[in-house]
Design a protein around this ligand. Sequence first.
Ligand code: TRP
Length: 355
Amino acid sequence: MKDIILTGDRPTGNLHLGHYVGSIANRLKFQNEYNYEKFYIMIADTQALTDNADKVDKVKNNIIQVTIDYLSAGIDPNKVNIFIQSQVPSLFEITSYFLNLVTLSRLQRNPTIKEELKVRAFEKSIPVGFMTYPISQAADILAFQTTLVPVGEDQLPMIEQTREILNTFNNLYEPKSQVFATPKAVLPSIKICERLPGIDGKIKMSKSAGNAINLCDTPEIVKQKVMSAYTDPNHIKVSDPGKIEGNVVFAYLDAFCNNEHFKKFLPDYENLEQLKSHYKKGGLGDVKVKLFLNNILQELLDPIREKRALLEKDIDSIYEMLFENSKKAEIEAQKTLNKMKEAMGIDYKKLIKNA
Ligand code: TRP
């Protein structure tokens, strides 16, 4: 049996380099090198609304923005079904039945939810939809018979909870045939890629922290951000020895640079190890390293920007694709929903004897 792959993003902002190394690169690899049965990328607009009920416009506008980010980064709509969560009604029916299989205290113990509650300023008014989004995410995953879920580390508790729901369902209803496939998380292969730091040196690149380089940033903005990136505050003169740990420029080089880049942009060095050791010894200025990084990033982003400019000329056909794909996704989700109802014994139409 070939794998069914499903992953998703909340449409709350344009995608940035953190997304690129953390998920897009991984998806491109699956798309281009893996022999799968189906590959879905879901735009999780309903999930985004669980903490953005007052920002519907933001979520709405970012559905198309994120889709253009995917397509311009190389996701091929002929190989991948990009669809919109809210346009697949069966997902919400599946969620309804799952809601009864999870306790409130289990949700409160979900590490990702706990972490997010700390960051969000809900105080005492936590939306119920927010607390229960792991259950709706389980529906997203199980509805499509997903076997592989490429995600970042922060999503592991969601996959774990999904598998719990699957087991609870099977124990409770003891289906005669298989209702769901068992999903497995796939993490990005390079460690630095899971949490690319922001340009300010803060732990994680994110839109809300204002420390991101977006895939759609202009060359000028990218350069400006690179030149302002956090390095080693004690590396003041070129002759000073510099630190690599915590140095954002080197973290990005770890994620994006290869030996070809040295040949092309910085032939005085053969590889990153040489560059790092010179920096540590002293005698290598930040500006030189930053200009090198800028060249690498511009080379990565140029074709993405070009593609984006083309795609933006025909937004309508992108929307049409999304709706078409959502219809196809609904057909698949409905199959699972029907199997669930049969297992639960709530396929009421069967009550008509001569049907
Ligand atoms: N929770 C994911 C995020 O915040 C988005 C998401 C929703 C998702 N449903 C999913 C990811 C299903 C993988 C599978 O990025």
